[in-house]
Write a protein that binds this ligand. Structure first.
Ligand code: AKB
Length: 315
């Protein structure tokens, strides 16, 4: 029987992953932890206030609760990281090292998931259909921390046999918990603003294409990777995962099919340079081959769900 600890359970991925993991492993076996209180709907199972930066408390917690798997999702995202680069580097790297080191030391802790990002790529990377193995020269502190993190994951696997697995997430779109501090967040905000005031001021230019994924697909992908037999995995850094590629103009056009008087205007800020340094679309054939990545949501289907669900929340 698995005992799973999700770190960062109050965040955009964590709040949906906990529910999905509880369906697979049972509510009592998935501990939802964060430095802040987790959402009420995660209180149908164990919860904990836990700071991943506090390595001593973390190790005691993991031993006491007989944790066998950790999903470490806490991170400072790209936009916020550019505001406070040194703090972001410290939090992103130290928290990851705490978890990897723990997995090296605690024998019962068998598996770790750590999220990477398309931010590992940079302006010298091929922009379209970006391959799994390619030039990686990220120019953001977030991207540098994710690339360094990938190298550490592979190192811990090779050197200490730590079973760590990772995905390079594209921009994630969800209605349950809002994202915070990312460059791809516009693609979530736009649905809220379209429903609230029928207009949106976008911080990226209209033709900025980025890889994105609806949260349901991202959760399915994460669990598929973690459930996959170890011998099927051919990389221990992180897997490319593509999803959908669209621009602010295209998402606005899709929204207009539902809200004809929706208006968008563009006021690019510092996040434009971040977006310009990232790929526009991703080749994820290795993830398909190794652990059967499949996605279900295109822009149209995602927009239907987002408008319906965000609409219910705003009532
Ligand atoms: C961000 O925009 O920072 C994140 C990411 C692509 O990792 N959503």
């Amino acid at each position: 029987m698995e005992r799973i600890l999700v770190i960062g359970a109050a965040g955009q991925i964590g709040s949906e992953l906990v529910t999905a993991l509880r369906k697979v492993h049972g509510s009592d076996n998935v501990i939802a932890s964060d430095i802040r209180d987790v959402p009420d709907d995660l209180k149908d199972g164990p919860t904990a206030l836990l700071d991943v930066m506090d390595d001593k408390r973390l190790i005691h917690f993991v031993i006491r609760h007989k944790v066998t798997q950790i999903y470490h999702l806490a991170a400072v995202l790209s936009g916020n990281a550019e505001r406070l680069p040194m703090q972001a580097w410290h939090i992103n790297m130290q928290s990851m090292m705490n978890v990897l080191d723990l997995a090296r030391e605690v024998e019962e802790l068998k598996k770790v998931f750590w999220p990477s990002s398309i931010a590992v790529f940079g302006p010298t990377t091929p922009m379209n259909d970006t391959p799994q193995l390619t030039v990686m020269e990220p120019t953001t502190v977030y991207g540098i921390s994710k690339l360094a993190g990938e190298r550490w994951c592979e190192y811990f696997y090779n050197r200490y046999n730590v079973d760590v697995r990772s995905i390079r997430y594209p921009g994630l779109i969800s209605y349950k918990t809002e994202a915070g501090g990312g460059t791809t967040d516009y693609a979530v905000e736009i649905y809220y603003e379209a429903l609230k005031q029928k207009k949106y001021e976008c911080f990226l230019k209209e033709n900025t294409y980025l890889p994105m994924m609806f949260m349901d697909d991202a959760i399915d992908a994460t669990i598929a990777l973690m459930e996959s037999p170890a011998e099927k995995l051919s990389t221990r850094s992180a897997y490319n995962v593509g999803g959908i590629s669209f621009s602010p103009k295209e998402i606005a056009e899709e929204i207009k099919l539902h809200i004809p008087d929706f208006e968008i205007n563009y006021k690019p800020d510092f996040r434009q340079a971040i977006a310009d340094s990232w790929p526009q679309s991703i080749n994820d054939s290795l993830a398909q081959h190794d652990w059967g990545l499949k996605t279900k949501f295109n822009l149209k289907r995602m927009t239907n769900v987002m408008l319906e669900e965000v609409g219910k929340k705003l009532k």
